[in-house]
Design a protein around this ligand. Structure first.
Ligand code: AMP
Ligand code: ZN
Length: 115
């Protein structure tokens, strides 16, 4: 998509602070981190969110990238949280599928932030 910021970052049209990359996905640091480690994993192809028809190889690449990002940032031992916002009720702001990987400190007991 021409106008999509994550398409541009994932495909190096705009450069970012990259953590991991393979044939299908790119991982880079979130611009407004909400934890000591906050990385976004995005597919190189444009999908809106997990309600799109996403090829199996892309889903597998996202899963593998989570493991790689956790290991590379050193949060694999103490633990981390994986979140993907989809649609309005989840307040998805960027309409290009992305997975947040958060860690580096205790992230709290609740799954949801205070409403
Ligand atoms: P979401 O609410 O799930 O759509 O989250 C979008 C995330 O993208 C937010 O955490 C933003 O801080 C992050 N973000 C937006 N633009 C950029 C950018 N250019 N580079 C890195 N992270 C970004
Ligand atoms: Zn896009």
């Amino acid at each position: 998509m021409d106008d999509c910021i994550f398409c541009k970052i994932a495909n190096h049209v705009i450069e970012s602070d990259y953590v991991y990359e393979d044939e299908y996905v790119t991982a880079f640091k979130d611009a407004e981190p909400q934890a000591p480690v906050h990385v976004l994993i995005v597919p190189k192809q444009h999908y809106v969110n997990f309600s799109d028809d996403i090829p199996g190889e892309v889903l597998a690449a996202i899963g593998h990238a989570i493991k790689e990002v956790a290991a590379k940032t050193g949060i694999d031992k103490d633990g981390y949280r994986v979140i993907s916002n989809a649609g309005d009720n989840a307040d998805q702001v960027v309409k290009h599928l992305h997975v947040h990987v958060l860690g580096g400190e205790f992230l709290g007991t609740g799954l949801l932030p205070e409403k």
